[in-house]
Design a protein around this ligand. Structure first.
Ligand code: G4P
Length: 530
């Protein structure tokens, strides 16, 4: 009976992240999900960013203002009997390694694209990361109530630039002021008259069954409907029909159109999530595949958030549950230190608020108080020695040299930097030929956070100096003598990370290409497992 109950709980869960370029509408869409899940009663709050009580998924903006981490980024939304776990991917200037690492804790992603702008830089980067983990992607073209690039061109862009096979599930009837409806290709239903139903779930708005229904001609006029029917015929011929297995194997993305602001087309996306997106299934560990249906608890830490409660200076470790069940007061085995903890308190989250929970299931994210011993990438079990794979450090995009005004504080500085890098806030590299310290991050904000936190928590003032580093690659080779030779010849460009892994610091993209070509026996990795 318990097994069945657990199975039901697992099948109810859908755990995902929204990936998008800043301003594509991630927060507006999140708000609509919260509205459709009855978490908030009012929509339109994101229209006024000055409003104090609006719920925004992008809480990291507040962090930027305060220079420290104060918030979290997980939401659990009930919808039609399912539980949707939505993980926030920090965006804007807050873009950091956390944004990438969140993707290791989800089962699929929703990609949101501003239909007037098409594929933008940030989306490309994030899609590259999802590819590493073979994460299925659902696509939503947003802001159809405004100007839009031609719909076919949008899909072609997706296929061309992101190398994704697209299967349109819905198709809009025009855009901007003339955005009058959405045709659901699989259901063969036209949802229309959106402007009249701005704040309603589209399911309750007017619908017409069948594209060939004469009612459509009456409403939209023969000319427009004829054109639209021809367009749909073309789409059906040109693009692949939806195939569930191809989607699950991340070989095909179902494509939806709509307007998050007008709440039109949003529930089509949610419905597809319930119908097609995978519930938690399994995760690969260094010894075996761990299935979500297994009885014993297991999970991994993908994020550590410091200073969530400023009064207590606490750190919360976010654990994605892979198998079993979390129960209040249970003993958790911390595999790396081989110690059991009794975790009487675990939290669930909604926007800035955290709640104590007594039970959680695979797919859920729980937060536990973290003393300094918990690191990103750690595995928790009920006693088995497992290490989940795929939780990585990513090659930073920006590098800075640290200058310390008081060299007597170097030991203290190192202590602080070790802690910050274990939280995933920054990466630290120590060149092997000198004693300098180089910091690396994906987004600029991380450098400000480090300055602020070192000042507040360690009473250390640092400033940054420029350094000519283009990228980092973790070095590996099948044969040890190859590494020794490589090390001997390239000392000035070599450093170690905080875990003493050898890295190559390239100065330009050409330098990187040349060195890769010169040393074919060396593996230059752009990620490194924790
Ligand atoms: P983000 O989290 O991806 O960064 O985007 P966000 O939801 O904050 O949306 C960015 C802006 O785009 C917001 O305008 C929002 O109201 C608008 N927006 C989002 N979805 C739609 C849509 O479907 N249609 C239209 N017309 N607008 C949409 P804003 O509050 O004016 O912000 P700002 O422009 O002042 O930053």
């Amino acid at each position: 009976m318990f097994k069945d109950y657990r199975k039901i709980q697992i099948n109810k869960r859908r755990t995902f992240a929204i990936i998008s370029h800043p301003d594509a509408g991630k927060s507006t869409l999140t708000e609509k999900f919260l509205f459709l899940g009855n978490i908030i009663r009012q929509v339109g709050m994101t229209q006024s960013k000055k409003s104090k009580n609006y719920i925004k998924s992008d809480w990291m903006k507040i962090e930027k203002k305060r220079g420290i981490s104060i918030t979290t980024s997980v939401m659990q939304i009930p919808y039609c009997g399912y539980l949707i776990n939505l993980l926030d991917t920090p965006g804007h200037e807050d873009f950091s390694e956390d944004t990438y690492r969140v993707l290791t804790a989800v089962d699929f992603c929703l990609m949101v694209i501003d239909s007037a702008k098409g594929i933008e830089e940030r989306t490309k980067k994030l899609i590259d990361v999802t590819r590493t983990y073979s994460i299925p992607i659902i696509t939503f073209f947003n802001k159809l109530d405004r100007n839009s690039i031609d719909f076919i061109e949008l899909i072609d862009q997706l296929e061309r630039e992101l190398k994704m096979v697209c299967s349109p599930i819905t198709w809009p009837i025009d855009y901007g002021n003339f955005f009058t409806g959405i045709y659901h290709i699989l259901e063969d239903i036209v949802y229309f008259n959106c402007r009249q139903y701005v704040h309603n779930d589209v399911k309750h708005s007017n619908i017409i069954h069948g594209l060939n229904n004469v009612l459509l001609d009456d409403i939209f006029g023969n000319k427009l409907v004829k054109q639209f029917r021809e367009e749909i015929e073309l789409i059906k011929v040109v693009y692949r029909p939806f195939n569930h297995l191809s989607f699950l194997h991340s070989n095909l993305t179902p494509v939806f159109f709509g307007s998050a602001l007008k709440n039109f087309g949003v529930s089509h996306v949610l419905d597809s999530i319930l119908k097609w997106a995978p519930p938690p299934t399994f995760k690969i560990s260094h010894t075996r595949k761990v299935k979500s249906s297994e009885k014993k608890f297991s999970g991994f830490v993908f994020k550590i958030q410091a200073n969530m409660d400023l009064k207590h200076r606490d750190r919360i470790a976010f654990i994605r549950i892979v198998s079993g069940e979390y129960e209040k007061g249970m003993k958790l085995y911390h595999v790396r230190t081989k110690k059991f903890f009794i975790k009487s308190e675990a939290f669930s989250f909604l926007a800035g608020t955290r709640f104590l929970i007594s039970q959680a299931y695979p797919g859920d994210i729980i937060g536990i108080h973290s003393h300094n011993k918990i690191k990103i990438g750690d595995t928790f079990t009920e006693g088995e020695n497992l290490k989940f794979l795929g939780i990585s450090k990513f090659s930073p995009d920006i590098f800075k040299l640290i200058y310390l005004d008081n060299s007597l504080k170097k030991k203290q500085l190192l202590k602080g930097l070790i802690q910050l890098s274990e939280e995933g806030a920054i990466q630290v590299f120590r060149p092997i030929t000198n004693n300098s310290l180089i910091l690396g991050a994906i987004g600029d904000l991380q450098f400000d956070i480090v300055v602020e936190r070192l000042k507040i928590e360690y009473n250390i003032c640092i400033i940054y100096k420029k350094i000519n580093v283009f990228s980092v690659r973790w070095i590996e080779a099948q044969r040890h003598d190859k590494i020794i030779d490589f090390k001997e010849r390239n000392k000035v460009n070599l450093a170690v990370d905080i875990d003493d892994n050898l890295v190559y610091l390239s100065t330009t993209s050409i330098n990187l290409s040349l060195i890769q070509a010169r040393y074919p026996h060396i593996i230059f990795r752009d990620t490194c497992e924790y």
